[in-house]
Design a protein around this ligand. Sequence first.
Ligand code: OSB
Ligand code: MG
Length: 386
Amino acid sequence: MDQQFLHYVVPDSPAVDARMPALHKIDLITVRLPFVKPFSTSVHTWAVKEALLLRLESGGVVGWGECVADPDPYYASETTQTVRHIFKEFLLPLLTRGQTIGELLKRWSPVRGHGMAKAMVENALLDLIARQQSRPLHELLGLPARRIQSGISLGIQDSIPALLDAVAEAMSRPYHRVKLKIMQGKDVEWVRAVREAYPKLTLMADANGDYRLEHAALLRELDAFSLTMIEQPLSYSDIVQHAALQRELATPLCLDESIHDLDDARSALALKACRVINIKQGRVGGMIESLRIAALCQHAGIDVWSGGMDETGIGRAFNLQLQTAPGFTLPGDTSETARYFNEDIVEPAVVLADDGFIALPDGAGTGVAILEDRVARYTLAREQIR
Ligand code: OSB
Ligand code: MG
């Protein structure tokens, strides 16, 4: 085992020194936005985006966080209900004014796991603080602005011709790379068809944990298609078996579901379980933990990218801000707004420039304006907590 990664002391973002303002109003808002098209992984199909939003108000300034948990546990074990419970019972009582963000993160470390709940709160606080200081979020995090690479994740399709149509539609926009969802029975021939139609396309596959080590020979067939990586082929909770699989494949493996925090990333690197990590800020407990993981990976010479959870424009704006960090060398799952929703709850929408890059929105905080009338239109439930 590579001990080096276990001992590396990761530097922290200057945002840990930011101080929490008084919170005059706290709202938990459940929104439901219809997707343009249903989205399928090997596990489940989602026809709508149902998300919990946290709205924090301090002296007329409002910060917003979006939780990536679904109402169901078909991507991860947290759900909107567990997030609501953990937030109200265990995180909310710790939100006292004057402490630094770093102190808050230490105070809530006894709350085991629940990274999605923690990310929602940290998101809203960082956005609020940055907006109060009239600074963009990346600046609060100590990161210079830059344009962001784009990528698109295509869900499981009904047939190979439908997949080829979906790829053709994606390629009508200048995305930097295409990710295909795969599952048992929809893998080698499906990837082969796309590769034959597009020999030069930057292409990868994501199995959302559908395979076991006994499928190693089948997965090795994917080595023929020069994929940039295969994401989470094995169980959502595994690290060790991915290390065994990586030794048998030429294609780099990427971990998504298995990485919940910096410690998981250390384990994965020490065991050589992957050559790439998909960092979703909403999964790993927030922006600050994401930057720690990115710094560890940079030290290890491992590429990272930002995944997505089909977020509304609020969550997507955090994913954009995160990707200003230097470790994010690969295009992520950051796609145009129009690919997810006919109408979003923020402005401006994410749109690709002619060269496929995405410009950071240039307002304070996440840079996007939250359209409260649109939020209201898509609201299922609103709970004023303070
Ligand atoms: O595994 O990366 C995943 C969406 C929902 C749940 C899990 C995943 C995804 C995606 C889409 O791949 C990412 C996006 O476009 O935001
Ligand atoms: Mg994934």
